[in-house]
Ligand binder design. Structure first.
Ligand code: FE2
Ligand code: FE2
Length: 182
């Protein structure tokens, strides 16, 4: 996606150095296992790509878990958040059969991710339930609740074109893009 929101000034990560290192390590590990970069070509909200949206949701979910002092599986939280919108199509093209995208894309993301990775139950639950209450069954673990909440906050921020959460410092350089400056 050209001229994405992430090229504009971003909020600096509100994490300690150790927390930021952990988050980046989880994302980098997953990036080696799945072609996450492919999400950069699809617009999610406003001028934010699916990839940047997923990094924002992973960041905010992790930050919320720390802020709220919730004990959770942080690695699964980050991985599930990174994959929650791994549906890999342009959902704005309703003529291409995506009229019910809001209801169906969690299953599409789960299918795509499940073909590539052995997902654990928490990761599956995060992806499957993140659209609640649009989809009827609520999340059944705290990690999925965190992503469900963070997804809504990030979606509103992106639609309102607010200053983006950090991407470059957490995800690193995209192919053909300059290295992330920290
Ligand atoms: Fe979604
Ligand atoms: Fe999302």
């Amino acid at each position: 996606m050209k001229g994405g929101r992430g090229e504009k000034p971003e909020k600096p990560p509100a994490l300690t150095e150790k927390q930021a290192r952990f988050l980046t390590a989880c994302i980098t590990e997953l990036r080696r296992e799945a072609p996450l970069d492919r999400m950069e070509q699809y617009v999610q909200h406003g001028d934010t790509s699916c990839l940047r949206h997923c990094v924002a949701v992973a960041y905010l979910s992790y930050r919320l878990s720390l802020r709220l002092g919730l004990r959770c599986d942080a690695r699964s939280l980050v991985r599930g958040a990174m994959l929650h919108d791994f549906f890999l199509y342009d959902w704005h093209q309703k003529s291409s059969g995506h009229s019910f995208h809001g209801f169906t894309h969690p299953a599409a993301a789960l299918r795509n991710a499940g073909r590539l990775l052995p997902l654990n139950p928490i990761e599956r639950e995060i992806i499957r339930r993140h659209m609640w209450p649009l989809t009827p069954i609520p999340p059944r673990c705290r990690e999925a609740w965190l992503v469900c909440l963070a997804d809504k906050i990030c979606s509103l921020r992106e639609t309102a074109r607010m200053r983006p959460y950090p991407f470059r410092s957490l995800y690193g350089a995209l192919p053909g893009k300059p290295a992330a400056g920290r």
